[in-house]
Unconditional design. Structure first.
Lengths: 434, 442
């Protein structure tokens, strides 16, 4: 009973948190923002909310990619296939690695993608700072008070490959300039804050409140001013919504954790371990706003992927059972030729027997009681060696040879010296030790 | 947009009031309202009685000079210092940098910081902190360095510009080179830029251009104040071509001192003359700028005695020989033209790439500000603030003399007893050698 109550509380909280999130999205002018209920249903992978989430995801992505791709036409996206392609490409571009975006199972039809998958993708976008980017953009559009920006930084004509001292100095100069400009902007901002505060306290004394609708009638006729006021008010709205969201953000991620848990426990086991791990890492990284930690996770993910790939490859290499008999023979012949090449160079010792390579069957190595090639197989393996032991043997032989050479050299040197000493009137100076 | 001035020691407290007077007289006499307003907001504030009060903090370890400055300002009836914006003690620093830096500075840290903070809080926008001091004495240099350090800690992102007066080469104080070395090496890392006036140069301007027979400290200070005033007064800049710039110090710094190794600035003014001959003079912009350019490349500090033989080397390979020929290479220059038609004057000659080091982007080397309002009765006035090799020789001279003394350990005990060790000296020497070498190899 108590547990149920807690659950209930949690749910209410989650709903509030998601509502805050939706409010922020609406304030940021994102289109087709669904209700909190849609998110809740998406957690359980309900099909009926998929369309809503598709719309939200694509409009979120449109917002952030709009400035970059002038060619994209919004009305074209009404076509589900185009929408899917756009969303997938955009997600891939923002670094999302969900199963339906990258990898062999990246799907071509929308039916396979559940609402929970979409929810995870949305949370990825939030975690990777898309909200802040949108906020920044809106801020630049609406902020009438901020002084004109200094303009884009000058273009650097640097050849980074052949970077000389001059280029370093030039960079240092430009860096110093940027720093100074940043400080200028900072003071401008401080001034702005101070002046805004002054204006506010001036207008609304004695009762302390911000200039609200009550003051607007006085300004009729000043359409420009009115517009500015409107912009400032909507800016305030956005900032307030963002603040509210920031306060509740940790709770949102707790909720997302439960979504991920659900995702992992349901139907996603059939995917290969590789994919599962990858998705897990992706979603885990979402639940931490911390940038550094995120990048560490990303590295982890890469490492895991590499390891699994490596494992794959190793398996392929050692799994000789898949090779046909002819292929095996072929390979064995090649290695024999190679090893013979070695032994030809090194044929000195009488102990040289020559080697015959032989693929070791994995099963045979694990359980010797199961000879694969019948009776003759056992006998053969005893006379054959693995490549690694061949290498070891060769290295050992090389060391012996080197030692022999050194001995020979030494003795010849001594011989030469004794001969030279026998010659009268000749002083023999030894060459430097090599 | 306001600048808070910090006057430190005897020198700072003597030049400070001259600067405020010059600026006040200039903007009041200019008969241009926006100019006056901007100038007033920049350096003054209004107190409750409506009187103009300098945005300044006065600091000295002895009361004499401060008392004089305050009295002089209030007796002018035009502007005054804030009633509680000074700090002084009974006992000076005895021309000992260590005494100022290690003893007086830390002792009065809180009081001084409090004064500056109050002044800073009165600004809507702190455009920068302008600290004025000499490098030779004890209070200005020692306490001044300490105060600059505190200011840097308190206002890490604000612009801090130090004005330094360099002593006569012949010597005013026996340990002046020690004090200079210790001050310069520390300020170089703390301050955003060091604007330098050498007493020798200013003295020459007084005697040769102003025709003053018996030159007093006050005469020198007036010349310095005149030059600083022409920099600090309102002007149109690249970032603010229609309104007077609200970020004068920031713009000055970002056009001149973006590289942390090069922070030494000199000021060149043309023309310079006595008030009596002003009325009889007529100048053209091309004439003035031609002279100014030659002053720059031949490293002449005034329009008389310019070596016209020095020219810009045509190829980089010639630079070595031209250094010996007296060519003065610049990193960056800022030209301020005050007077009629200054905006249309032809300044192309200053943009020649040969004047500058090759590694600074071409659009970063030269900037112009202008203002149609004539400055201080000068119908036309050109001021050039330059980050160039011109201070190389005097700096080298200071370092060498100080090193000679240090090599024989002369007067070192005076410093060690206050806590400045020989290692501190060595560190300072290293820093300055590095600066000398940086400027030499431009």
């Amino acid at each position: 009973m108590q547990k149920e109550n807690e659950e209930c509380k949690k749910n209410i909280k989650a709903k509030e948190v998601i509502t805050t999130f939706c409010k922020l999205l609406s304030a940021l002018d994102v289109e087709s923002v669904p209700t909190a209920e849609v998110f809740r249903r998406a957690k359980f992978n309900r099909i009926d909310v998929t369309q809503d989430l598709w719309c939200l995801l694509s409009s979120l992505l449109m917002k952030s990619f709009e400035p970059d791709c002038a060619c994209s036409e919004p009305n074209k996206l009404s076509n589900p296939d185009t929408q899917l392609r756009f969303v997938r490409n955009a997600l891939w571009h923002s670094g999302y690695g969900g199963w339906w975006v990258v990898g062999p199972r990246a799907c071509e039809s929308r039916e396979e993608i559940g609402s929970r998958d979409l929810l995870l993708a949305i949370s990825w976008l939030i975690a990777s700072g898309n909200l802040e980017a949108l906020l920044r953009e809106r801020l630049l559009q609406l902020d009438v008070l901020s002084s004109a920006a200094v303009g884009p930084p000058e273009k650097l004509d640097l050849d980074l490959n052949g970077c000389g001292e001059k280029d370093v100095r030039r960079l240092q100069w430009q860096y110093g300039k940027l720093k100074l400009q940043w400080r200028s902007l900072l003071t401008a901002q401080q001034e702005q804050a101070k002046l805004t505060d002054k204006v506010c306290s001036h207008i609304s004394s004695p009762p302390i409140c911000y200039p609200s609708a009550a003051l607007v009638p006085n300004l009729t006729g000043y359409t420009a001013l009115e517009k500015d006021l409107e912009r400032l008010q909507s800016l305030n709205g956005i900032l307030e919504a963002y603040l509210e969201w920031k306060k509740t953000e940790p709770l949102f991620w707790c909720w997302m954790d439960s979504v991920i848990d659900g995702y992992l426990s349901d139907g996603n086991q059939e995917g290969s371990m590789d994919e599962l791990l990858r998705d897990q890492v992706v979603t885990q990284s979402c639940s931490h706003g911390d940038k550094a930690r995120r990048s560490v996770r990303r590295l982890d993910k890469m490492l895991l992927r590499l390891q699994t790939k490596h494992q794959d490859r190793l398996d392929k290499c050692t799994d000789t059972t898949r090779l046909s008999h002819r292929q095996k023979e072929d390979a064995e012949r090649r290695v024999t030729a190679h090893l013979q090449g070695f032994s030809l160079v090194n044929t000195l010792t009488a102990t040289d027997r020559g080697f015959t390579p032989y693929f070791q069957d994995p099963q045979a190595s694990k359980s010797t009681s199961k000879p694969q090639r019948g009776d003759s197989g056992q006998a053969q393996t005893s006379g054959m060696l693995q490549a690694s032991s061949v290498l070891k043997e060769l290295r050992h032989r090389k060391a012996i040879l080197e030692w022999e050479i050194e001995l020979l050299r030494q003795s010849q040197r001594e011989e030469m010296q004794s001969k030279c000493n026998a010659l009268e009137g000749l002083v023999f100076i030894m060459p430097l030790n090599r | 947009m306001s600048v808070v001035t910090v006057q430190l020691g005897q020198c700072g407290n003597q030049i400070g009031p001259e600067v405020f007077s010059t600026v006040y007289e200039d903007s009041t006499g200019a008969n241009a309202k926006p100019y006056k307003q901007c100038s007033d907001e920049r350096l003054f504030r209004e107190n409750s009685d409506g009187a103009l009060v300098a945005r300044a903090v006065l600091i000295d370890m002895e009361p004499k000079v401060i008392t004089q400055a305050i009295a002089k300002a209030s007796s002018s009836g035009k502007w005054r210092y804030g009633e509680k914006s000074h700090f002084c003690q009974k006992q000076g620093s005895g021309n000992n940098w260590a005494n100022g830096y290690c003893v007086h500075g830390p002792q009065h840290k809180e009081a001084v910081e409090d004064l500056v903070r109050r002044e800073v809080e009165r600004c809507d926008r702190l455009a920068g902190i302008f600290a004025m001091m000499s490098v030779a004495g004890g209070t200005g240099s020692g306490v001044g360095t300490y105060v600059t350090q505190c200011l840097r800690d308190t206002y890490p992102h604000s612009f801090i510009l130090n004005h330094l007066t360099w002593p006569y080469g012949t010597g005013e104080v026996i340990v002046q080179n020690y004090n200079s070395v210790l001050t310069l090496s520390r300020l170089y890392t703390l301050s955003d830029a060091l604007v330098v006036h050498e007493n020798d140069t200013v003295h020459k301007i007084c005697s040769q251009l102003m025709n003053i027979k018996h030159i007093s400290i006050s005469d020198l200070n007036k010349v310095i104040a005149h030059q600083l005033g022409s920099v600090l007064q309102p002007a149109y800049t690249a970032d603010s071509p229609v309104h007077y710039s609200r970020n004068p110090i920031g713009e000055l710094l970002s056009s001149l001192v973006c590289h942390p190794e090069y922070k030494l600035l000199t000021v060149l003014n043309i023309p310079h003359m006595s008030q009596t001959s002003l009325a009889y003079s007529a100048y053209t912009w091309p004439g003035l700028l031609k002279h100014l350019r030659q002053m720059l490349i031949a490293n002449a500090r005034m329009e008389e005695g310019i070596d016209w033989k020095v020219c810009v080397p045509s190829r980089r390979s010639e630079s070595a020989t031209n250094t010996q020929m007296g060519f003065n290479r610049s990193l960056s220059n800022l030209l301020i033209l005050r007077g009629k038609n200054g905006s249309s004057a032809d300044v192309e000659a200053f943009k020649e790439p040969g004047l500058y080091v090759p590694w600074i982007p071409a659009d970063g080397t030269f900037h112009t500000w202008h203002c149609p309002v004539p400055f201080s009765g000068y119908e036309k006035l050109a001021t050039l603030i330059s980050n160039s090799q011109s201070l190389l020789n005097p700096l080298d001279h200071i370092v060498k003399k100080a090193w000679d003394m240090f090599a024989s350990r002369a007067y070192i005990h005076q410093y060690t007893k206050f806590g400045v060790s020989e290692e501190d000296f060595l560190e300072s020497f290293t820093t300055l050698e590095q600066i000398v070498s940086s400027y030499t190899h431009l």
